[in-house]
Design a protein around this ligand. Structure first.
Ligand SMILES: NC(=O)c1ccc[n+]([C@@H]2O[C@H](COP(=O)([O-])OP(=O)(O)OC[C@H]3O[C@@H](n4cnc5c(N)ncnc54)[C@H](O)[C@@H]3O)[C@@H](O)[C@H]2O)c1
Length: 334
């Protein structure tokens, strides 16, 4: 019998697939491989153990909320948040947290092995505006960090989720609506690194069977967590400013239309996508969309509840140009 894809892949990379070899060689690979991928066959399956999930870059805008949702379904101890930052007391008390730098391959491997991780959500990244301000660091975290995670996912037969972004599109992308598969050609290091991630994940899936899953997130709007330096951050800040000072200075022009999504929808989409039987996935990377609006439109809506809101516009060259490239990209939900 042929060894499983991840064993072949790990061998090709000079690694051993711990998850599959642990129980004694290739003959039993199907049993090990299918622990979380049983639904691949779309046949009725016996009850499964809960997945053991590691989230990298988990203390940013999205990780804590996703961990909360996953912990409700799979148990607190089965979901480990990690980051290079110190967690707040609330986050620290809410469930397992470990330090993990995605540039430290050995440390990541140790975490995955010691904690018997089966699903990995890779959230570490430098976002668009921050990345453009530090291209070398963005390349390191978004590309080198991703390669570490891809290798470890192959080696350990993990189900791997890596989000992509609307920033993965560029000015030559078709629009209205955006197809999942189309010309991309982004012009930011953030977009380039995300397209690289999409393609590497798909390549490793097709060549070695890596269970790679990717959604292109729009700008995410959250209440309790702050955005980490993307182009859509104003859409969170404007609500806080409306409630606190009543004045928001926007770094985008009033007519800049960008795709957005509420954080609860983003988390739900991510969890459902992670749970989807593999046989139902026709692609490894999908767009997700909710709504699109301009700063002026969101200000008008907020004024229906807080009429005193004043918005002034002071476009930032970098963010406005990133927004232009993204806004001229396709998956604007009207
Ligand atoms: N938030 C959005 O609107 C949005 C939109 C599209 C895609 N995404 C993607 O979703 C993912 C999560 O986004 P987010 O908004 O939570 O990002 P964020 O910037 O808020 O958080 C990223 C986290 O990565 C951590 N990090 C940085 N360097 C690291 C390293 N070397 N090792 C480990 N961790 C490191 C940071 O400390 C930070 O907590 C990212 O991949 C991002 O590209 C987010």
């Amino acid at each position: 019998m042929k060894p499983p894809a991840c064993v072949r892949a790990a061998a090709a990379l000079g690694l051993s697939c711990r998850g599959c070899l642990r129980f004694g060689g290739f003959s039993s690979w199907r049993r090990q491989m299918s622990r979380w991928n049983d639904q691949e066959n779309c046949c009725p399956q016996p009850p499964q153990e809960a997945p053991r999930i590691l989230i990298t870059g988990g203390l940013g805008q999205l990780g804590v909320g996703l961990a909360q949702m996953l912990r409700k379904q799979y148990g607190t101890d089965n979901v480990i948040l990690s980051d290079i930052k110190k967690p707040s007391p609330d986050v620290y008390k809410s469930g397992p947290f470990v330090y993990a730098d995605v540039l430290d391959y050995k440390l990541l491997r140790e975490l995955i092995v010691n904690n018997r991780i089966t699903w990995l959500v890779h959230y570490s990244a430098l976002l668009s505006a921050v990345g453009e301000a530090n291209v070398a660091l963005a390349r390191k975290i978004n590309i080198t960090g991703l390669h570490n995670v891809l290798d470890l996912a192959l080696e350990n037969c993990l189900r791997l989720f890596v989000p992509s972004t609307i920033g993965a599109f560029g000015p030559s992308s078709p629009r209205d609506p955006a197809p999942d598969l189309c010309v991309q050609r982004p012009r930011t290091i953030y977009g380039v690194s995300k397209v690289h991630g999409e393609l590497m994940g798909e390549y490793l899936h097709h060549k070695y069977g890596l269970d790679f899953r990717c959604l292109r997130y729009p700008g995410v709007i959250s209440v309790n967590t702050t955005p980490g330096g993307g182009t859509t951050d104003y859409a969170v800040q404007i609500f806080h400013d409306a409630l606190s000072t009543g004045h928001h200075e926007c770094y985008l022009r009033p007519e800049t239309r960008l795709p957005m999504m509420h954080i609860a929808d983003c988390h739900r989409a991510t969890v459902e996508f992670m749970q989807a039987p593999e046989c139902q996935l026709t692609l490894r990377t999908y767009n997700i969309a909710a709504m699109s609006f301009t700063p002026e439109e969101v200000a008008q809506e907020i004024r229906k509840h807080l009429p005193h809101l004043k918005v002034t516009y002071n476009p930032d060259v970098v963010r406005q140009s990133i927004a232009f490239l993204t806004a001229s990209s396709p998956f604007i939900a009207h």
